[in-house]
Design a protein around this ligand. Structure first.
Ligand code: NHX
Ligand code: ZN
Length: 647
C-alpha cells in the first residue's frame, strides 16, 4: 500500500517538474524570443533612425531595441521584416537579434553609420555576463532536467518499501524482505509439495524446531541456524520454502539474494543487519533467502582489484549475523540455490547453514505425485494414464511437469475438446522436449529422402542393439531446430556400463551411416548426433575411467575450483592418448553401425520408404517390419499391461 502511494507521489512530482519547465520554455519563447535578422537589414533599419539602442549580448549576438512608435499599429519598418501579426510594440521592447561576425568590424561600421545619419542610437556592452548565463541555462537546461529526473528515478528505485512511511531515500539500508505472518494466509502447505520426500522431512523438522524448541533443547541439542536447499531450477525449492511459511505459523521473511545488492557501498551489509534486527524482534521466525548465490559466491575469486568488495562485505555481514545470534534466538535461515559449487565454503560451515538439503529432480513415482497435484485442476478424460505420463517424462522437473499439464490443456482447448485426452499430453510432452512442430517447412524431395534414411538408421540400430534405449517413435516432421527425430524412452538407471554407452553411441551414429549407405555421401545434419557422441566418448575416457589405455583415472573435478585454471590436469602425451581413444571408440561404433545397417539394407529401404509415406512411425509399425524386438523391453511390458496405444 505504501508502495503504491509512493509511486503516486513521484508521479505528481514528475508532472509538476514537466509543467514548470514547459512553462519556462513557453515564457521564454513568447516574451523574449527576438526575431532573427541579418546585418544588412539591421543597417537598413538603423539608417532610418528607428533604433533606440542595441545591446551586444555576446561576442556574436546583438539585441536590437526599437524606439517607441507613435503610430501604434504601424510597426512596419521594412516590409521584409515587419511583424506580420501587427502587435503593439512597446517602448524598448526587444525586437530583433542578429549575429555579427567580427565585433571590431561591426563597431567600426556602426560608428560610421551613426556619424553619417546623425543618429542617437545607444550601443551597450553591459549585460554580456548576464546573457552568457541565461543562454547557458536555456541551452543546457534540458540536461539539468534530465539529470534531476534521473536523480529522482534513482532514489525512487533504491528507496525501499519495507517500513517507514513513504519509503524515502533514508531507507536504502533497510532490508527488502517481505514479511508474512499469522495475518497473511499463505495457502501453500506440505500437501502441495509432491515428491521431494526427503527434503520435505528435513524442512518439516525445521518447522518443528520453531513450534516447540524445548523438545529438542531439553536433551542438550542445539537448534540449527540454517538450512541450504540445493537443486536444479524448477525442482521446487521456493515451493518448499513457501510451504514452510504456510505451515510454520511463525513470521516468515522472504527475500532474494539480489535484494541485498545495491550500487552504493555498504548498503548490502546494512540491509543484512537490518534484516536480522527485524527477525530477532519477531523471533521465533524464519528468514528465506532465494538465489543466495547472488551474494554467497566464493569470495576473492575472479575479482578484479576490489571490484567485488561490496558483495564480499555483504557476505561477511551475513556470516557474522548468522554466527552472532545465539542458539536460543530461534531465527532459522533457509536459503536456496541451484549453484552450490560456487558458494563460499564459509557459508556451509556448521554454525551457519548446518544442513544441506539436496533437492533432486523427481524420479518416476515422484513425477506421478507431481502429475497428480497438477492434474487436479484440469478437466481430464477417462483415458488419461498418469503412470504412463510419468514414464514418458524422464528428467522433467516439477516446473516442467506443470508446464506439460498447462500446455496439454491449451492443446485440448485449441481442438475444442470437451476434456483433455492422453494424446494431448503426449503432444505437450513432445512440444516441450522438441519445440514447435513446423509442418510447413519447405524441404526438397531429395532432402526429405535423406532425412528419412537418417531417421530410419537410428530406428533400426536402436531396435537391434541390446542396450540401446527403446524407441517410441520416429518422425520426419521438422520440429524446433531438427528436421527429423527418433524418440526414445531412456531407461532410468543409476549406473551405466560401457556396453550401454557404446550401444548408445552406435545408435547415435546410425543416422549418418544410413545416409552413407543409401546415398554414398554424408551431410551436416548429423551435427547434434556427433556432438552427443563426442561428449559421451569423452566422458568414457577422461571422466569415468572406462578406457583400457587410460585406465582407472578420472580427470573430473567435482569441486569446480579449477574453473579459471586453464591448464589441463594431464600431460601432453596423455592428452594425445585421450584424443586417440575417443576417436577410436567413435570410429569403432560407426563401423559397427554401418555393418549392421548393411546387413539389413532391405529393411532400411523399407523403413525409409514407410517414413516418407507416413511421416511418423510408432513401435507397432516397426514391429511389422522387424518382428518383435529381440531383447526384452521395459516399455513393451508397460504397453501390454496398460493396454495403451502410444499414438
Ligand atoms: C539446419 N538442422 O540447421 C537444419 C535445419 C539430419 C535429418 N541446417 O540427428 O535436424 O540439420 O536424428 C549450421 C550447420 C543444426 C547449423 C548445420 C544446426 C546442423 C537431427 C543439425 C536430422 N535426428 N540436424 C537428428 C537435424 C539440422 C544442425 C546447424 C547445422 C537431420 C538432424 C540439424
Ligand atoms: Zn540423427
Amino acid at each position: 500500500m505504501i508502495n503504491k502511494k509512493n509511486r503516486n507521489n513521484f508521479f505528481w512530482i514528475y508532472i509538476a517538474i514537466f509543467i514548470i519547465f514547459l512553462g519556462i520554455f513557453f515564457l521564454k519563447s513568447s516574451f523574449s524570443n527576438p526575431k532573427k535578422i541579418n546585418q544588412d537589414i539591421f543597417f537598413n533599419i538603423l539608417s532610418k533612425g528607428k533604433i533606440e539602442k542595441i545591446i551586444v549580448k555576446h561576442k556574436e549576438i546583438v539585441h536590437v531595441y526599437l524606439k517607441k512608435n507613435k503610430n501604434k499599429y504601424s510597426n512596419s519598418i521594412d516590409n521584409n521584416i515587419s511583424n506580420e501579426k501587427g502587435f503593439i510594440i512597446q517602448q524598448n521592447q526587444l525586437q530583433y537579434e542578429f549575429e555579427i561576425g567580427d565585433l571590431q568590424l561591426f563597431q567600426n561600421k556602426f560608428e560610421k553609420y551613426k556619424k553619417l545619419y546623425n543618429l542617437d542610437t545607444i550601443i551597450d556592452f553591459k549585460n554580456q555576463q548576464d546573457y552568457t548565463i541565461t543562454k547557458f541555462f536555456f541551452d543546457y537546461g534540458i540536461f539539468f532536467i534530465l539529470l534531476i529526473l534521473f536523480w529522482i528515478f534513482l532514489f525512487r528505485r533504491i528507496s525501499t518499501t519495507g517500513g517507514g512511511p513513504g519509503g524515502q531515500i533514508f531507507n536504502i539500508g533497510k532490508s527488502k524482505a517481505r514479511l508474512f505472518d499469522e495475518n497473511d494466509d499463505i495457502k501453500t502447505t506440505f500437501k502441495d509439495v509432491a515428491g521431494l520426500e526427503g527434503a520435505k522431512e528435513e524442512v518439516e523438522e525445521i518447522v518443528e524446531f520453531l513450534k516447540n524448541p524445548n523438545k529438542y533443547t531439553k536433551l542438550g541439542g542445539k537448534i540449527p541456524k540454517g538450512a541450504l536447499l540445493i537443486g536444479p531450477p524448477g525442482t521446487g525449492k521456493t515451493l518448499l520454502a513457501k510451504a514452510v511459511a504456510g505451515e510454520a505459523k511463525v513470521p516468515f521473511f522472504s527475500l532474494s539474494g539480489s535484494d541485498f545488492v545495491e550500487m552504493f557501498v555498504g548498503v548490502g551489509a546494512s540491509r543484512v543487519r537490518d534484516l536480522f534486527d527485524k527477525a530477532k524482534e519477531k523471533s521465533p521466525c524464519i528468514i528465506f533467502i532465494d538465489e543466495i548465490d547472488a551474494i554467497g559466491r566464493a569470495r576473492g575469486k575472479s575479482s578484479i582489484a576490489g571490484s567485488n568488495d561490496e558483495r564480499e562485505n555483504t557476505l561477511n555481514q551475513l556470516l557474522t549475523e548468522m554466527d552472532g545470534f545465539g542458539t536460543n534466538t530461534n531465527v532459522i535461515v533457509l536459503a536456496a540455490t541451484n549453484r552450490s559449487d560456487i558458494l563460499d565454503k564459509a557459508l556451509l560451515r556448521p554454525g551457519r547453514f548446518d544442513r544441506t538439503i539436496i533437492v533432486d529432480p523427481p524420479e518416476l513415482n515422484e513425477r506421478k505425485e507431481i502429475f497428480n497435484v497438477h492434474l487436479k485442476k484440469l478437466v481430464l478424460s477417462k483415458n488419461v494414464d498418469i503412470d504412463f505420463l510419468a514414464r514418458q517424462t524422464p528428467g522433467f522437473s516439477g516446473a516442467d511437469i506443470a508446464n506439460v499439464c498447462n500446455e496439454s490443456a491449451l492443446i485440448a482447448a485449441r481442438k475444442n475438446g470437451e476434456s483433455i485426452v492422453n494424446k494431448d499430453f503426449l503432444e505437450a510432452i513432445d512440444r516441450i522436449i522438441g519445440g514447435l512442430e513446423k509442418k510447413n517447412k519447405i524441404i526438397k524431395p531429395n532432402e526429405r529422402k535423406r532425412i528419412a534414411y537418417h531417421e530410419a538408421g537410428h530406428a533400426i540400430i536402436s531396435w537391434l542393439l541390446e542396450h540401446a534405449a527403446s524407441l517410441v517413435k520416429v518422425t520426419i516432421i521438422p520440429r524446433g531446430k531438427s528436421l527429423g527425430s527418433a524418440w526414445y524412452l531412456p531407461e532410468e538407471r543409476q549406473l551405466t556400463t560401457p556396453e550401454q554407452m557404446k550401444d548408445e553411441i552406435c545408435s547415435l551414429l546410425a543416422g549418418r551411416s544410413a545416409e552413407e549407405i543409401a546415398f554414398n555421401s554424408i551431410s551436416t545434419g548429423a551435427l547434434n548426433d556427433l556432438e552427443r557422441v563426442t561428449k559421451q566418448a569423452q566422458s568414457m575416457v577422461a571422466i569415468f575411467g572406462l578406457n583400457e589405455k587410460i585406465g582407472n583415472i578420472s580427470y573430473y573435478d567435482s569441486t569446480g575450483q579449477n574453473e579459471f585454471n586453464f591448464s589441463k590436469p594431464y600431460s601432453e602425451k596423455t592428452a594425445q592418448i585421450i584424443d586417440e581413444e575417443i576417436s577410436k571408440i567413435i570410429t569403432e561404433q560407426y563401423k559397427r553401425a554401418k555393418k549392421i545397417l548393411k546387413n539389413n539394407e532391405k529393411k532400411l529401404d523399407m523403413l525409409a520408404n514407410e517414413l516418407l509415406k507416413k511421416e511418423v512411425l510408432f513401435r507397432e509399425d516397426l514391429k511389422k517390419i522387424f518382428g518383435n524386438r529381440p531383447f526384452p523391453d521395459e516399455i513393451e511390458e508397460l504397453l501390454k499391461e496398460k493396454n495403451v496405444s502410444v499414438s
